[in-house]
Structure formats: C-alpha cells, structure tokens
Ligand binder design. Sequence first.
Ligand SMILES: [Zn+2]
Length: 492
Amino acid sequence: MSRVWQTWYTSFTPMEYEIVIGLEVHVQLLTKSKMFCTCSADYASTPPNTHVCPVCLGMPGVLPVINEKAVECTTMTALALNCTIPEHTKFDRKNYFYPDLMKGYQISQYDAPIGRRGWLTIDSDGSKKRINITRVHLEEDTAKLLHRGDSSLIDVNRSGVPLMEVVSEPEMSSPEEARDYLVRLRNILRYLGVSTANMEEGSFRCDANISIRPVASKEFLPKVEVKNLNSFKSVYQALKHEAERQRKVLGEGGELVQETRGWIEETGTTVTQRTKEYAEDYRYFPEPDLPPLVVDPAWIEEIRAKLPELPDARRDRFMAQYGLPLYDSNILTGSKGMADYFEDCARLVGPGKAKMASNWLLGDFSRLLNATNTEIESAKISPEHLADMLALVDDGTISGPTAKAVLEEMFQTGKAAGAIIGQKKLGQISDAGEIKEVVKQVVSDNAEAVADYTSGKQQALTFLVGQVMKATRGRANPSVVREIIMQELGGK
Ligand SMILES: [Zn+2]
C-alpha cells in the first residue's frame, strides 16, 4: 500500500470506540425503623407525612441515633460482595440544596465506607467476568417530591429510610453486562433478605455512569451520569442510546461534557439535566452529631457465619445434588423464589425426577409466568400441586400434551391437577376395551388404509393410530392403540 493511499484510507476509517460503564445502586434496607429515628420505615402504602418525627423532619436541636440493623444489613451485603470491612468507619455530612432534603444535608459516608474493594462475577455472554466493587456505604433516603402543575408537594415518609449504596468500578463494557450486573446484585440482595430490591417500587435504584473511549485507550473521556432509570429495561435502553449519542457527538467533531442526563422513557432519549457535581461540591465533613462507628471484628464474624447460601454456591449444589445441567442450575438459582420453588418440588417428586421438575418449571411454567408478568412467589400453583401433576404424567395418567393444558388451567384457577382431570375427563385411556371400540370404528371408516396395511404398507398403521388418537382427542395411549389395531387386523 502506497503511503499516500494509506494516509487517505486511515483518515476515512471511522474511529472504533469501547464503552465504559460504572453503576451506582441505591438499595432501601428492610429495617423496622428509619436510619436515625424510631419512625417506621414501612411507609409504602401509608398517607403522606404520617411516618415523621422531629429527627426525620430535620428540626433543629434533635440528635440522630444509628440504626444497628441497618449497619448489620450493610455489613452482610458487603461481606456477600467480598468486601473488606474496616473496624473504623464514620458518617459524614453531604451538603447540597434540594427541597427533598429536610436538613439541607444528607448523612452519608464519604471516605470511610462500611465495605470496600469487593467484587461480583457476571456472566453475560457465557464467559465469566469479575466486576470490582469500589464501596458499599450507608446513608439516609430523602423525602419525595410530587410535582403537580406549577407546584410541588412533599412527602417526608421516605426521608431517613436506611439507604445502602453499592458502587462498582467502571468495568462493564456493554449495556448487556450492566444489565447482568444489576440482575445478579438484586438476586444477592434478595438471597440475603436485606431488601425487597424492587426497581419499579423504588427500593432498588440505579444511576449509570457511561463514557466511551477509543479502543485500547487507557484514558477516560468525560462521563455522563444517567438518572431516572426505573426498570431493567430502561437501564439497558438508556445505556444503548447514550453510547450511540456519545459516538455521534465525537464522530461529528463535537466535544463531550461531564453532565447528568435524564432518561425520557417516552422518547427513548436522554436530556441534559445539569453539569455533574464533583465530590468537592458537596463539602463533605465528618458528621458532628454522631460518634465514629467502630465495628467489633467478632460481630463481623458473627454476621459472616449467618450468611445464607448465595446464588453461585446454590447453582453448584444444584448440579451436584440434583444432577442438573449448568444451564438449568443457572436459571433456577437466578431468582431466589424460583430456586426455593424448585427445591420444594424436587423434594416432593423424589430422587431421579428433579430434571423433570426443572423442565416443567423452566418450560411451560415460566412461559405462563412471563406471559402474565407474575412472580413465582405469587403463582397460584403450589409446589405440592406441581409435584402431584408431575406424578400423574410420570405414571401415564395423563399424556404430555394433556399435561400442558392441565398446567395452564392450574395456573389460572389454582385447582389441583387431579380435580381438573376428573372434571374434564382428561385422563389417558389405557383401558383396552374402550380403545377397541374406537379402533373398530376407525377400521370400518378407513377401508383403503386397512387394505394398504394388509398388503404390507407399514405407513398405513401410523395413519390408523393417528385416526384413533384424533377420535379420542389425544387421550388414548398410543402404544396400546398400535397393539390393538395389529390384533384386530391380524398383523404381527
Ligand atoms: Zn422520624
């Protein structure tokens, strides 16, 4: 390639960029009371401003008291995320002015978080990748603003609810990886029981930092923080959109600025909200109303000992204990509800039938759950009922296709399989006398096929079996049918 040609070629090759994503997740903790006062933290379905007191209203002259349970939940999460827990931590004041902040500052943790330097393994494209976690810290939630026309209303019930923040390193390189990280993090929180971790309800909130940079470059370009993400889908779509927008800005010779942008679901775009703050904008300083938090290492060990089996360990156990493939084990343990349900059912169906239970759960049952947007915890089919149905398939009372229809009705009505089968007479017909009657009818109706069969054409037998199956609406046992036809026609 000539030098001139090469220069021309290079200048017209579009620059290749890679995506850099870091996630900040805010998690409301499942404690009885708020972070620094005795108000109930269970405010979800209560009238506005009914769970309040001078502390969470930010009145002067009151003193906060640290909620021990919130520290325990945060420590537990930090341990599950492989973090180091220093003995000495503290709370700091984060100063910023926004009408949802009752005191004019938020009590948070700045340079001494409860957990630091942990990690979480993701597996978005079949290969494992470790995403480092910078920190896990504890703070308080803000009040909620409701904008109505020209005015805004404030509900202080949420103010002071314990809020844990999990911050990842900027190590995810696609919206898919970001989604996988969030799904896995939510799963761990639910296994631990520290939060309902529900994005739609606001107990699991995500802000995503995203920037792009030329492939193989080590420098970071200005990042954009995307807010207003209230579902996994919106996180994914917003990141996809934002990466594309940034590429376009650079491609057109523009410059990127560090800023906060809000995701607008309706238009599928992000819009600028404000230029991003830096840590110094918050003028952090140690919270003078609270003593430093000293955590006894023995207490940390106590919490570590109480950690439940986590998703990865449970997946490995499913493979060893039930002989399930990796694929099944991964999906089953991907939600605590699904994993618990499977284990209840596997126990009932007995050894050797776990794979059958898994097939039904991941197949038809999951299809019904997805189609109706139902969580398995609120499904009408109990593990006992599913196990009973599997036993009926296993002993030949109902055929596979019938079982699918039965499952659907169980899903809609919550009735037991046996009741549905009895009511609708769906049981498989294995009674030779009953089948013989149908065979006789089919034989007299299909003289041509019978002639074909007696002259040695084996396909004619398949056709005749099919006719009997049709006449019995699939309820006859096909092997019994085949045998009876052969007897009737004098075959072997
Ligand atoms: Zn209060």
